[in-house]
Design a protein around this ligand. Structure first.
Ligand SMILES: *[C@@H]1O[C@H](CO)[C@@H](O)[C@H](O)[C@H]1NC(C)=O
Ligand SMILES: *[C@@H]1O[C@H](CO)[C@@H](O)[C@H](O)[C@H]1NC(C)=O
Ligand SMILES: *[C@@H]1O[C@H](CO)[C@@H](O)[C@H](O)[C@H]1NC(C)=O
Ligand SMILES: *[C@@H]1O[C@H](CO)[C@@H](O)[C@H](O)[C@H]1NC(C)=O
Ligand SMILES: *[C@@H]1O[C@H](CO)[C@@H](O)[C@H](O)[C@H]1NC(C)=O
Ligand SMILES: *[C@@H]1O[C@H](CO)[C@@H](O)[C@H](O)[C@H]1NC(C)=O
Ligand SMILES: *[C@@H]1O[C@H](CO)[C@@H](O)[C@H](O)[C@H]1NC(C)=O
Ligand SMILES: *[C@@H]1O[C@H](CO)[C@@H](O)[C@H](O)[C@H]1NC(C)=O
Length: 348
C-alpha cells in the first residue's frame, strides 16, 4: 500500500521529530510522570481531582514499524480474539492485528493510529481492538484525540461502533461509543451494565448526546472517572455526567472498532468499512495500590489543560503546605525507582 519513497520520507520525518522531541524533553521535562510534577490537577463537572501519574501517547509522527517496537509493546496490546455469530449477533467478529495501523493522513504529514473495520462478502465483520498493558488504573481522566471516518476519506459505513473506554469487566466499564448508524454528532456515554439480568435496557446507564460537532472531525473525547461520578467531555465542554454504576475495579484503557450485525451496531453492508483515527491519547490517573519509588505528596501540582503544548504538563503551584489528601512517604518503603516509562506495580 505504501511506496518505498513514502516510507523513506516517513523515516526521515520520524528522525526529525525524535530530535525535536528530545530537545523538548530537556527544556520541558514535565511529561510522562516527570519527577518535577508530584501530582496532576484537573477540573470539570464541578469536580477538582488530583492524580499521581501522567502519560501522553503521541501517534502523530510515527512509522508503521512502531506497532512492533518495544515502546509500543510496553504500553499496548493488539487483540486477535474472535466471537462466533449468534441470533443476537448475526456477524462473526474477527479481530485482525493488521486492522491496527499507523497511517499518514491524505492532506498532511501527520500520522495517526488507525483501527479499521470492514465487512467482506461473508458473515464476518473484521474488527480491531487495543488494550493498555496497564490494567490497574483506578480513577483517571483520559483524553482521546480522535475521529471516525470511512476508508479513503469517505463517510464511515453504517454498522460500526467505535469505543473509547475503561474496562475491568462487564459491570465495571465506562464508555464513549460512536455508532456509525447514529446521526452525525451523536455520541453514547455509558457506565455498564446497560442491560439488566433479564436483558432489558437500564435507562440511567446511558446518555445519548445529540447535535454535537461531527465525529468525522478530530475532537478530544474525554472520560473523567472519579470515585463518585463519571463525567464525559467533548473538547472543553462537559456533555454528560453519571453517578450510576461508576466503576470500582482497577481497569485498563481500551479502544476498539467493531460491529456484529446486531441491533446495537447495526449490520454493515457487504464491502462497507470504517476507520477510527487516533492522533494522541493523554491520561492522568491513579492506580489501585501503593506504587514504589515516588516521593509521595502533592507539593508540585501540574496541570494538563490549558498548557502551551498538549501532552506537556505545566507546574501550577509549588509549596509544602499543598497536600490534597496525598500521604507523604507512601510507597517509599517499597524502594525501587519508578523510571520514566510509567510502568507501575500494584499490590492489589
Ligand atoms: C525540575 O526540577 C529541578 C530540580 O528542582 C529544577 O532544577 C528544574 O528547573 C525543574 N524543571 C522544570 C521544568 O520545572
Ligand atoms: C454543578 O453544580 C451546579 C450548581 O450546583 C448544578 O446545577 C449542576 O448540575 C452541577 N453539575 C454537575 C455535572 O454535577
Ligand atoms: C480468529 O479467526 C481467524 C480467521 O478465522 C483465525 O485465523 C484465528 O486463528 C482466530 N483467532 C483466534 C484467537 O481464535
Ligand atoms: C509533507 O512532506 C513533504 C516532504 O517533506 C513535503 O513536500 C510536503 O509539502 C509536506 N506536506 C504537508 C501538507 O506538510
Ligand atoms: C476482503 O476482500 C478483499 C477484496 O476481495 C480481499 O483482498 C481481502 O483479502 C479480504 N479480507 C479478508 C480478511 O478476507
Ligand atoms: C480505498 O481503500 C481501500 C483499502 O485501503 C483500497 O484498497 C482502495 O484501493 C481504495 N480506493 C480508492 C478509490 O482509493
Ligand atoms: C464491579 O465489580 C464488582 C465485583 O465483581 C461488582 O460487585 C460490582 O457490581 C461492579 N460494578 C461496580 C460499579 O462496582
Ligand atoms: C489519587 O490518589 C491521591 C493519593 O492517594 C488522592 O489524594 C487523590 O484523591 C486520588 N484521586 C482520585 C481522583 O481518586
Amino acid at each position: 500500500m505504501r511506496s518505498f519513497t513514502l516510507l523513506a520520507l516517513l523515516s526521515i520525518l520520524g528522525v526529525f521529530c525524535a530530535l525535536s522531541r528530545a530537545d523538548d524533553q530537556t527544556t520541558n521535562p514535565l511529561k510522562d510522570n516527570s519527577p518535577n510534577c508530584s501530582c496532576y490537577i484537573i477540573n470539570g463537572g464541578n469536580d477538582t481531582a488530583y492524580f499521581k501519574y501522567h502519560r501522553f501517547w503521541d501517534f502523530r509522527s510515527l512509522t508503521p514499524d512502531h506497532l512492533t517496537s518495544d515502546a509500543w509493546n510496553a504500553d499496548w496490546s493488539i487483540q486477535s480474539w474472535n466471537t462466533s455469530a449468534s441470533s443476537d449477533a448475526p456477524l462473526q467478529r474477527i479481530n485482525l492485528v493488521e486492522n491496527v495501523g499507523i497511517l499518514t493522513s491524505d492532506d498532511s504529514n501527520i500520522t495517526a493510529l488507525t483501527l479499521n473495520t470492514f465487512r467482506n462478502n461473508s458473515h464476518t465483520q473484521f474488527t480491531a481492538e487495543i488494550q493498555s498493558i496497564q490494567q490497574n488504573i483506578k480513577h483517571a481522566s483520559i483524553r482521546f484525540h480522535a475521529r471516525v471516518i470511512g476508508r479513503n476519506g469517505s463517510e464511515a459505513s453504517k454498522g460500526a461502533c467505535a469505543g473509547l473506554f475503561t474496562f475491568a469487566d462487564d459491570d465495571n466499564e465506562s464508555d464513549i461509543e460512536i455508532l456509525t448508524q447514529d446521526p452525525m454528532g451523536t455520541i453514547r456515554y455509558t457506565n455498564q451494565p446497560s442491560l439488566s439480568a433479564s436483558g432489558n435496557e437500564i435507562p440511567q446507564s446511558s446518555i445519548t448526546s445529540t447535535q454535537l460537532p461531527p465525529v468525522s472531525i478530530f475532537h478530544t473525547h474525554r472520560i473523567d472517572w472519579l470515585a463518585h461520578a463519571t463525567h464525559w467531555f467533548l473538547d472543553a465542554s462537559l456533555v454528560a455526567s453519571s453517578m450510576y454504576s461508576v466503576p470500582r475495579k482497577p481497569s485498563g484503557i481500551f479502544m476498539n472498532l467493531w460491529g456484529d450485525g446486531g441491533v446495537w451496531t447495526g449490520e454493515m453492508a457487504q464491502g462497507g468499512s470504517a476507520v477510527l483515527v487516533v492522533e494522541w491519547v493523554e491520561a492522568v490517573f491513579n492506580t489501585s495500590g501503593p506504587v514504589a519509588g515516588r516521593a509521595e505528596g502533592c507539593e508540585v501540582v501540574c496541570r494538563v489543560d490549558g498548557v502551551r503544548e498538549v501532552g506537556w504538563p505545566e507546574v501550577v503551584k509549588t509549596g509544602r503546605s499543598v497536600n490534597h489528601g496525598f500521604k507523604r512517604g507512601m510507597g517509599r518503603e517499597r524502594g525501587s525507582s519508578q523510571g520514566r516509562s510509567g510502568k507501575l506495580n500494584s499490590n492489589d
